[in-house]
Write a protein of this length. Sequence first.
Length: 184
Amino acid sequence: MRLSVVREKAASRLWNGLIDRYHYLGYSPLPGAQMRYLIESDQGLLGALGFGAAAWKVGVRDAWIGWDRLQREARLGAVVNNARFLLLPWIRVQHLASKVLGLAARRVGSDFAERYGERPVLLETFVELARYRGTCYAAANWQYLGETQGRGKCDVTHRATLPRKGVFVYPLRADFRRALGVAA
């Protein structure tokens, strides 16, 4: 199994089409700096994986890191969001999802550094718990922090109108808090 970085237009169209057709959220452009991968094996295409800019404010994440507003604003670029993860629906391989997440965690930091000049120190993701349990993230050693408030990034009413999601994080280095501007 391997992750192939999406670089060419044909690979980009394939990634977009797979996500649009088979991911429950569908396709929309990933925000900010991003890395997109096709998940492949010698037997063929297995799925797609995408990382983009971190969510601006997440209460349980920010409290867990120990950030105040200024620290978050200064260092949010060092957090990367696993915004899309798709294994094609006909692929049935035990433990494949957690293996893909492990491979991605070992690779995404250097790929981001090569493309954007900054190496992320923390990965985050959001799992719609009414739909999924986050088992593959837990199996890949991502840490569950709690739930979102269900308000989303475009909230202006300060009311929960979206499904609450489970927040999972994965530090890419032991001193990630120091790298995120928090004294250890």
